[in-house]
Design a protein around this ligand. Structure first.
Ligand SMILES: [Mg+2]
Length: 219
């Protein structure tokens, strides 16, 4: 078999477009200051399962990116974390959605790894593994570090939800001079914004029909 280079169109079509990266705690499920250490403590936020189904129906691919230090702190076994994620993905699938992959940073802050958000490591690993087009990708998070992580990786669009740490994050981001592209009440509202086609780039990306826009401000 002869090898050949892909042409521009073939290369573009081989990429995964319309990816939505989601933080876990405070976005999909209720957060806890004491960590989610077992299945009983994992509780979907209202409307989040349906929101994930709507993303799938609109042709978006969902990937979860989450810092989880509880195993490293001795608060839970790594197997329990895997069990929680298995159950979470199964519940999402049963509701008609799909989580393609889950990336975890298991490190403590003092380990200075390259994957703990706001560092871009998890997003870059996901991009390499799944050939993700960041220009049509979105990050949904409830914390400053989620939005910063997306900026640091070059993900085109950011949505901050006001569940979880969201309210505090609004103030902190403003102090940092960073503005997410959209501020949503919760995950269902974030999905409303993402799946609604926009008439112009100024109105913000991505929408099924629209290309990526520019950040509305900040770095
Ligand atoms: Mg969070």
């Amino acid at each position: 078999m002869r090898l050949r280079w892909l042409n521009k169109e073939e290369a573009a079509s081989a990429m995964l477009h319309k990816v939505v990266f989601l933080d876990r705690d405070g976005v999909i499920n209720r957060d806890s200051p004491d960590y989610i250490t077992n299945l009983q403590e994992f509780e979907f936020l209202p409307g989040s399962l349906e929101a994930l189904r709507r993303l799938a129906e609109a042709g978006f691919t969902c990937i979860v990116v989450t810092n989880q230090t509880a195993p490293a702190r001795g608060r839970m076994a790594p197997e329990t974390l895997a069990e929680i994620h298995g159950e979470m993905a199964a519940a999402v699938a049963a509701a008609g959605g799909r989580i393609l992959d889950i990336f975890i940073c298991p490190h403590l802050p003092e380990e200075s790894c390259s994957c703990r958000k706001p560092k871009p490591g998890m997003l870059l690993t996901a991009q390499k593994k799944h050939r993700i087009d960041f220009s049509s990708a979105v990050m949904i998070g409830d914390s400053v570090k989620d939005i910063e992580c997306a900026h640091n990786a070059g993900v085109a669009t950011t949505v901050l939800v006001q569940t979880g740490n969201g309210e505090k994050a609004v103030r902190e981001l403003s102090a940092l001079g960073i503005r997410p592209h959209h501020l949503a009440l919760d995950l269902p509202a974030a999905v409303d914004w993402i799946v609604t086609p926009r008439r112009s780039e100024k109105e913000g990306p991505p929408g099924p029909a629209g290309p990526s826009g520019q950040p509305s401000s900040g770095k």
